[in-house]
Design a binder for this molecule. Structure first.
Ligand SMILES: [Zn+2]
Length: 458
């Protein structure tokens, strides 16, 4: 198996090689839990799930960390508004920031479950890694990558040689025309915060060697990744909006502190658009998973929709495309439900094509197309197609096998059918007829073909 993946850092499709044989370490930038997570974010988490399932499909062990940012982090807009988002939410909803964070975290976890996103090995909360962040900041000061000023600590971007390699935003490029984050204690306007001194009414603050304060956003992910997965990891994921500054800054911090390469493959998902436009609350095209459910569609229809477009291309969400996905998904369930055969073998020809699609930078649209081609093909038995589809579903993650649970064939009927097959093989026709009568008297129909016998409820 040669898996090829497009890596943002090298801007190339590269053969994948894991650090340890058949093992993967993967870090996913997770949600900031001061508000509902929208479907654009879920597209990014589905991408991480598709990556994980691909490796598991090819028999790798995946150790996956997904963080929960429960410390509000500052953005340009917040700085201008003079308040961070978690605190704003706490004030708006009259709760403590911890209450707010747990409330949205629980909704997030329930949503992921509805989307059949496999739970991470660990969901790391930023507030539980403050000590690790402080230790990393101390190391960065010691190595002269960071400086303290008035109780704040900043990363000196100019000291890190590879700054800008991921995003193309080298210091030189940045100097020509980007918006600057003004802060009176910064030596250079492009330096970014590792630790910020809190004002006395700031609701979340911790002791540190520099001030009572709180961490910058980027240091959270560097500290949590290193603490759980070691200095160098195989894969780091996020949305394309994370590339700069978040991931650029993570590289600077982690590599500055450890002196080791931080990430071998950077995988970024592109945006989801709604009716061709960027999602925003003010435009009224900002959707949560519950909005999908309110329309009578299943969350898994969104999972299907995300598979129809490669994660490194923009996905245009429309209600029409979601309805089409729901209908395709229903057909897959219907196929499994109506195929009563229990036995079958994986169709090698289609398995090879399917594996090839996944190996080719996770070509999920092609994997779906191959699946439909296989289902419609006339050259294979229903039983073989069903078994092959269920194997593919280890990757798709629709849990198609649940379709058969409702009308399972009872063990007794299975046994009688087995005995009858044996009798037929031995050309014991009177026994075969006797068993047929018995099975039919219990409400099941047998259908003999040249290859096998199927049984289903009348
Ligand atoms: Zn992150």
């Amino acid at each position: 198996m040669t898996l090829k993946l497009y890596d943002t850092y090298t801007r190339k499709i590269r053969d994948f090689k894991s650090i340890q044989k058949n093992k993967i370490t993967m870090y996913n930038c997770g949600p900031t839990v001061y508000d509902f997570v929208h479907i654009g974010n879920y597209r990014t988490y589905l991408m991480a799930d598709f990556i994980r399932r691909t490796f598991e499909y090819f028999n790798y062990d995946v150790k996956q960390i997904k963080n929960i940012t429960d410390v509000g982090h500052l953005t340009q807009d917040d700085i201008e508004a003079g308040e961070d988002k978690m605190l704003k939410a706490a004030r708006r909803e009259n709760k403590s920031p911890y209450d707010i964070a747990r409330f949205y975290e629980n909704i997030f976890l329930a949503d992921e479950k509805k989307l059949n996103i496999l739970p991470a090995y660990k969901f790391t909360r930023a507030t539980e890694y403050i000590n690790e962040m402080i230790a990393m900041i101390e190391k960065l000061i010691e190595k002269d990558y960071a400086y303290e000023s008035n109780g704040n600590v900043f990363f000196a971007v100019g000291k890190f040689e590879n700054y800008g390699k991921l995003s193309g935003n080298t210091l030189e490029n940045l100097k020509t025309g980007s918006r600057l984050e003004a802060h009176p204690d910064k030596r250079d306007s492009h330096d970014f915060a590792l630790w910020l001194k809190a004002s006395p009414d700031h609701l979340m603050q911790w002791d540190s060697p520099w001030s009572k304060g709180y961490p910058g956003w980027h240091i959270e992910c560097s500290a949590m990744s290193t603490a759980n997965l070691g200095n160098t990891i195989d894969i780091h994921t996020g949305g394309e909006d994370n590339i700069f500054p978040h991931h650029e800054d993570e590289i600077a911090q982690s590599e500055g502190a450890t002196g080791k390469k931080f990430v071998n493959y950077w995988l970024h998902g592109r945006h989801l658009l709604v009716d061709g436009k960027k999602m925003s609350k003010s435009k009224g095209n900002f959707y949560k998973l519950s909005d999908i459910e309110k329309k009578g569609l299943e969350p898994l229809s969104f999972r299907y929709l995300c598979l129809t477009t490669h994660f490194q291309s923009q996905l245009n969400f429309t209600w029409q495309s979601l309805e089409a996905s729901q209908s395709a998904l229903n057909k897959l369930f219907e196929f499994v439900r109506s195929a009563k055969e229990k036995r079958g073998k994986i169709i090698k020809e289609y398995e090879a094509k399917f594996n090839n699609a996944l190996e080719n930078n996770l070509d999920t649209p092609r994997a779906l197309a191959i699946t439909w081609e296989m289902i419609k093909s006339k050259n294979h038995s229903i039983g073989d197609k069903k078994i092959t589809l269920l194997k593919f579903d280890d990757f798709f993650g629709f849990d198609l096998n649940t379709a058969t649970i409702e009308d399972e064939i009872p063990a007794e009927i299975e046994r009688l059918t087995e005995q009858r097959n044996e009798a037929r093989k031995n050309k014991d026709w009177s026994m075969s007829d006797k068993l047929r009568a018995e099975i039919e008297s219990k409400g099941f129909i047998l259908k003999d073909t040249t290859e096998n016998t199927t049984v289903k409820p009348k």
